[in-house]
Design a protein around this ligand. Structure first.
Ligand SMILES: C[S@@+](CC[C@H](N)C(=O)[O-])C[C@H]1O[C@@H](n2cnc3c(N)ncnc32)[C@H](O)[C@@H]1O
Length: 199
């Protein structure tokens, strides 16, 4: 008989998804700040199924918004789709809808659109601007989850600048965790930044 694999942290996605599941256990509003092909948005929608809340999705490229919409339409009912709001814009600014809700989770999957234009990639400066705005929107106990890809030049810069910025966050207000795979060359790493609850 085949032994089942222990997949708790086989990949950065396993790690991230476990956190998302815990964070959205009672529902809530989530933001996918880098839609790409919509796989992360679909995962968030599945975790929120049957629970209160909604999803705001953002990508700077119309192609990514379109791919996400098609991916979601293939997997979700019209009712589930109705809770997902997609915006084509840079995540340096969040849509007004985001200000109407306390946000439980903001997800960033940095880099470029797979099978898309590699020149359109997230950039350290705009990523940090977005993350800094995100801090003000997160509910107590909520979190930001940022996946970095240091295998390309801008991705490496983003990871280093995030590391510097997040290391300076006030530890009485934020728990910051950085997961990496040190025995894998230039593999993805995940930052989890959770807003501490008062008391
Ligand atoms: C690695 S992909 C995201 C993968 C995606 N989450 C998925 O599940 O398929 C990164 C995405 O970030 C987008 N992006 C780049 N700069 C951005 C910005 N300033 N604001 C919002 N999205 C941006 C790219 O267009 C690309 O689609």
């Amino acid at each position: 008989m085949m032994q089942r694999q222990f997949l708790l942290f086989q990949s950065h996605l396993d790690l991230a998804h476990h956190y998302w599941q815990r964070l959205l256990y009672n529902g809530g509003w989530a933001i996918d700040a880098t839609l790409g092909n919509g796989k992360d948005t679909l995962k968030l929608a599945q975790l929120l199924a049957g629970k209160p809340g909604g999803i705001i999705g953002i990508d700077i490229q119309p192609q990514a918004v379109q791919r996400t919409l098609e991916h979601l339409q293939d997997h979700l009912s019209p009712e589930e789709l109705g809770r997902i709001h997609l915006f084509c814009q840079s995540h340096e600014t969040f849509p007004a809808l985001a200000e109407q809700h306390l946000i439980q989770l903001i997800v960033y999957n940095l880099g470029y659109l797979p099978k898309g234009n590699k020149q359109v990639t997230t950039m350290a400066t705009s990523t940090l601007e977005s993350v800094n705005k995100g801090f003000n929107m997160i509910a107590p106990g909520g979190a930001l989850c940022i996946t970095c890809y240091p295998g390309h030049e801008e991705g490496s810069r983003e990871e280093q600048e995030l590391l510097h910025c997040l290391s300076c966050l006030d530890a009485t207000s934020w728990n910051v965790c950085h997961h990496a795979f040190p025995n894998r060359t230039l593999s993805a790493s995940v930052f989890l930044i959770q807003k501490r609850t008062i008391g």
